[in-house]
Design a protein around this ligand. Structure first.
Ligand SMILES: NC(=O)CC[C@H](N)C(=O)O
Length: 200
């Protein structure tokens, strides 16, 4: 059976993730209300703006139900702002910025700085076969440090940020600094769908 994957649809690039997940073979549900979480096997936290998304989690009374599902082991994948939401520690966050946590890592918000505010590259991603994955970075965070249980899936291969960690996984959680959802290459989403299927 195809897994059902939710996309947190409060803010951000929701349609792009819906398209990528459907093209990679999942059934997709947009999640705005707690009850919409009930039927999903996994959840994508899209790119967008992490402070706004976090505020909307409270407005839509989704924070507690979502944390409860994460504690039960629901797989989740966060891209960019979604990565920030899944980080246990955030540097350069907005005042009072509150995430969900789950991945034992410190991320630095808007880390790439003005000159390389947005850029595209191709990255080898652990577990994703078929060669480098196109990766678009838009005011992206990077991962400054990870705890022992965190697997590094990709690092930047060239330029001023060489060696910076930009994709990680810990148990059923996965996060990327970049946006694979806007490149038309759905292998990262397929990788998440495999993770979800394994956890079911
Ligand atoms: N493209 C993105 O998701 C950008 C993330 C944004 N800079 C934030 O802090 O939330």
């Amino acid at each position: 059976m195809r897994p059902t994957i939710g996309v947190l649809a409060l803010q951000g690039d929701v349609p792009e993730h819906v398209r990528a997940l459907e093209s990679a073979g999942a059934s997709v549900v947009r999640v705005r209300r707690a009850r919409e979480l009930d039927g999903v096997d996994g959840l994508v936290l899209p790119g967008g703006e992490s402070t706004t998304m976090s505020r909307l989690l409270d407005v839509f009374e989704l924070r507690e139900p979502l944390l409860a599902r994460l504690r039960e082991g629901m797989p989740a994948y966060g891209s960019c702002a979604g990565m920030i939401l899944l980080a246990d520690r955030v540097l350069d966050g907005a005042a009072g910025q509150l995430g969900l946590g789950g991945i034992d890592m410190t991320v630095r918000r808007n880390a790439f700085g003005r000159q390389v505010d947005s850029f595209e590259t191709a990255l080898d991603v652990q577990g994703v076969a078929g060669g480098p994955v196109p990766a678009t970075f838009i005011r992206a965070p990077w991962v400054e440090e990870v705890g022992e249980g965190v697997e590094v899936l990709a690092t930047v291969g060239s330029g001023p940020a060489t060696g910076r960690i930009v994709a990680v996984a810990q148990g059923p959680l996965m996060a990327t600094s970049f946006h694979p959802e806007i490149t038309g290459d759905d292998r990262v989403h397929a990788h998440f769908i495999r993770l979800v299927s394994k956890e079911r």
